[in-house]
Design a protein around this ligand. Structure first.
Ligand code: IMP
Ligand code: MG
Length: 173
């Protein structure tokens, strides 16, 4: 119908998110803030926080939106922040959430920024990891799934602002 080949269906994603919540609960205690990177992480964040509630974690939730100049990012200096509610994080424990870690530039740039703002501890979590594409060796503490070098969409992730609404993750055939 949409011409999307499913990689991870709703059930697989839901099961993995429950496991991620368990892993997160074993590494984080006390107050923390989830900083979700928009727009791609919005569905992942919504499902993850409800899974975290089931394991007794009650994070504060903030968002940042990244954009980059042009289509080809070639360095973190090309990354711009166009929306930012994570402005009061000094001394706080952060779980930084994104949809995908690809080259690693976005995640490492934001992690550095949150560090400069005085965060006490920053852990990172992504739903999808493309290890073959990494340029910057950033540590990712929690990973949903590894994927090959394919362009994925759905479950919050877009191609030219399409497909974010899909309940599953797939790639365009
Ligand atoms: P990085 O800075 O290269 O790690 O880029 C990560 C960002 O690139 C993700 O947050 C996504 O917005 C985007 N991205 C990377 N791979 C894909 C993909 O397969 N589909 C859609 N967006 C992607
Ligand atoms: Mg993104």
């Amino acid at each position: 119908m949409t011409g999307i080949k499913i990689l991870f269906d709703e059930k697989i994603i839901a099961e993995r998110i429950e496991q991620l919540a368990d892993n997160i609960a074993s590494k984080i205690t006390g107050d923390f803030i989830i900083v979700g990177l928009l727009k791609g992480s919005f569905i992942f964040l919504a499902d993850l926080v409800r899974a975290l509630d089931k394991v007794g974690l009650t994070p504060q939730i903030e968002f940042m939106r990244l954009s980059s100049y042009g289509n080809n990012k070639i360095g973190s200096e090309k990354i711009e922040i166009s929306c930012d509610s994570a402005d009061n994080i000094s001394g706080r424990q952060i779980l930084l959430l994104d949809d995908i870690v690809d080259t690693g530039q976005s995640l490492s740039y934001i992690k550095n920024l949150l560090q400069k703002r005085g965060a006490e501890r920053i852990l990172t979590c992504v739903l999808l990891n493309k290890p073959s594409r990494r340029i910057i060796n950033c540590v990712v503490d929690f990973i949903g799934f590894d994927v090959e070098n394919v362009f994925v969409v759905g479950y919050g992730i877009d191609y030219a602002e399409k497909y974010r609404h899909l309940p599953y993750i797939g790639f365009v055939e």
